[in-house]
Ligand binder design. Sequence first.
Ligand code: NDP
Ligand code: 8X3
Length: 250
Amino acid sequence: MKKTALITGATSGIGKATAQILAKNNYKIVLCGRRIDRLQELEKELLAFTEVHSLSFDVRDKNAAFDSIHNLPEEFSVIDVLINNAGNAHGLDPIQTGNVDDWDAMIDINVKGLLYVSKAIIPQMVERKSGHIINIGSIAAKEVYPNGNVYCASKHAVDAISNGMRMDLNPFGIRVGAIHPGMVETEFSEVRFKGDAEKASTVYKGLDALQAEDIADIIHFVVSRKYHINISDLIVLPTAQASATIVKRD
Ligand code: NDP
Ligand code: 8X3
């Protein structure tokens, strides 16, 4: 029987690539994101491979998250795999001049949004005593870098929440893992720099950055292991990146 994967942040980058690879590998897909046009376009593309359903909600809105997930059509309502991927950095400023709205966005989306979506799905996994949750952290979950302050804090929270989830859900046979990418060339830096595409492109200049498909491929590997195998914590860097701040450029 086909498993169902619910992927947040499926309208671009890592989430979209993950939806594409899982759709081609026998999963039913629930796509989540705010941009309806992109959800519709991807849904149309993936329907060639599998059953797809789209949910448009802002992960900051807990009622919208709960309503959308609790009212999924029956054939999509049993979520076997949850990929908590929605998130972004907003700004790259020293703490003394940081923008409070950026701080709110990062804490509300990366941390609270992940919790709301998880809260909507974990009870059914507990009831069934099965399920797999993958949280997308970051190298910023493991290290702090200058001007990364609140983004790094939000991803350190994802790391802590992932470890806590694994402990609490252990009695129920639910797998919990976190994947922590380094530099992945997506819309991430464009969002961080508020649409400044030129500034965003300098982030990946002179190195062979990871692509969204590289992380999606690893997510597929992680979710397709035998049930007794839980890949609990994985840091994935481009070869050119040795740490959050040490990057070899041509
Ligand atoms: P993208 O900007 O390409 O994708 C971000 C996704 O998150 C979009 O689909 C966006 O959808 C969704 N999203 C953002 N805010 C909200 C919101 N409020 N409600 C619902 N969905 C939201 O970036 P990436 O693919 O790179 O990022 C995916 C994850 O990977 C993030 O958690 C990021 O922190 C993490 N990461 C990224 C790295 C990188 O270098 N790119 C490295 C390490 C981790 P929409 O706008 O349609 O709602
Ligand atoms: C995204 C990668 O290095 O900007 O999480 O934190 S980094």
